[in-house]
Ligand binder design. Structure first.
Ligand code: PLP
Length: 462
């Protein structure tokens, strides 16, 4: 299995190299050259299997020769054994035909643990075999960073630096990043918003001397291995509600477009998905784009769903690549225009995008009232991100097809917003109940490439 860049100018890589690299050297994102297919019978056979067994079946064809079957099975087992729920991704019913996929039972209480715990094990296995080390730098709007730190803390072959926008993430998110005491973990509070963090990360990757000097590796949602890990729960949940004999729809609280893109890959692999619904908060560039208004950046406005407060969705480039018939030059041009503020999508590409995705948005008030209403009608206490999904799913036209809404974080990760809406302050699960008492360690840093590079060079282990 070969991986190619969405901008067409970077070398083709194996799964292992695409995973260790993250961003392609031409600024693009790696995607598999072809999409492996699962037959109806393959999907039927998933009924009754464990999450780990389904994960192996779904991901195996993408991994190629990088890992043996035994190694890969071991990696999957270790990745998910620390989850607080035996089913890993349990499904609960909200209403007639509407289900909630709980993706928040991992160590940092958000769905990003599914990808990051797997990536930690994949990196550890590949790097120790090669006797190499890497420096992982990530930008986070909150949940990616904590999930990355949790996945890489204490690993011998990795130093990890995570930039987050100072003052713009929840206290639980911050504490999950600043309290691990391992010396290979570095939390950086940047003076800027998430898009600034993401832009500086791209700058570091485009500075080849720095990139090669510190052996930079990226685990942001641009890393293909992360997208791949997220494809699994589309299969496991769809099979629980009757796929492949029955079609299924999904609504996905969306920011960087990684999670919903995994759903698109599941569909391309053969899972009978009817609708893939992109749910955004007030930072609704994707909803505007999918409604035919072009892809134009605005100002990011902070919301009660901070993990979705972004204006540029990095994984959307992968969807554009397919929509433009895998024309790397066309994608490069769009990304150049984006630097000037935005671009319009061609009519042909728009038709492709709209054949796969629909979209909706939720305002701050709608998010809060959905938390209140859902508690009343089903007893489920939603986090604000999941509430956006439920609201947008409820807005979809009535259908016989079951709808699965992805619950992307545990309510206790965003206790202030949840309490304001519901009157209930959700407690942390027992395994992390002392989080508010632990000591914090963090470096405040300017939104400046040189300052960041100096800090990283000065703090990596050789
Ligand atoms: C990251 C995140 C999202 C957005 O997911 P993308 O893959 O970036 O679209 C939604 N909700 C929560 C809680 C998140 O952490």
């Amino acid at each position: 299995m070969k991986y190619i860049s969405t901008r067409g100018q970077a070398p083709e890589l194996t799964f292992e190299d695409a995973m260790l690299t993250g961003l392609a050297r031409d600024g693009g994102l790696y995607v598999p050259e072809t999409i492996p297919q699962l037959s109806s019978n393959d999907i039927k056979a998933m009924a009754g299997k464990s999450y780990e067994e389904i994960a192996f079946q779904v991901m195996r064809p993408f991994v190629g020769d990088t890992f043996s079957d035994d190694d890969f099975q071991g990696i999957i087992e270790r990745a998910y054994k620390g989850f607080g729920h035996a089913a890993r991704a349990p499904l609960v019913q909200l209403d007639h035909g509407h289900y909630l996929l709980e993706l928040f039972h991992g160590p940092t209480l958000a769905f990003k643990d599914f990808a990051m715990q797997l990536i930690g094990q994949l990196f550890q296995t590949a790097l120790s075999r090669r006797n190499e080390r890497v420096t992982i730098v990530g930008a986070t709007s909150g949940d990616t960073g904590s999930a990355a730190i949790e996945a890489f803390r204490g690993l011998d072959n990795v130093d990890v630096f995570i930039m987050y926008p100072h003052g713009r993430i929840s206290e639980v998110q911050r504490r999950q990043m600043t309290t691990p005491s391992e010396s290979n973990v570095h939390a950086l509070a940047m003076d800027g918003d998430f898009d600034d963090c993401q832009a500086r990360l791209k700058d570091m990757f485009n500075d080849f001397e720095f990139r090669d000097g510190v052996r930079l590796a990226g685990v942001n949602s641009i890393n293909w291995a992360r997208v791949l890990a997220q494809v699994v729960y589309y299969f496991s949940s769809a099979v629980s509600v009757g796929a492949p004999d029955r079609k299924v729809s999904f609504t996905v609280p969306t920011g960087n477009f990684g999670d919903i893109f995994a759903g698109y890959i599941a569909k391309r692999m053969g899972l009978p998905i009817d609708r893939l619904v992109v749910a955004t908060n007030q930072n609704d560039i994707l909803h505007r784009c999918l409604s035919g208004q072009g892809y134009h950046k605005g100002e990011t406005s902070p919301s009660i769903s901070p993990s979705m407060d972004i204006q540029v969705s990095s994984n959307f480039e992968r969807a554009l690549f397919d929509a433009y018939d895998r024309d790397g030059n066309a994608v490069s041009q769009l990304m150049d225009e984006l630097k000037q503020g935005g671009f319009d999508v061609s009519q042909g590409a728009m038709e492709v995008l709209q054949s796969h995705f629909v979209s909706g948005r939720a305002s701050e008030e709608e998010t809060s009232s959905t938390i209140t209403e859902t508690l009343k009608t089903s007893g489920e206490l939603l986090c604000p991100h999941s509430a956006i999904g439920v609201k947008v799913a409820n807005d979809q036209p009535a259908s016989e097809t079951p709808m699965i809404t992805l619950a992307t974080a545990h309510p206790a990760k965003f206790p202030d917003a949840v309490e304001a809406a519901s009157g209930i302050r959700p407690p942390l699960p027992a395994r992390m109940a002392d989080l508010y008492e632990r000591d914090e360690r963090v470096t405040r840093i300017a939104n400046n490439l040189d300052a960041l590079k100096d800090h990283i060079k000065g703090n990596i282990r050789q």
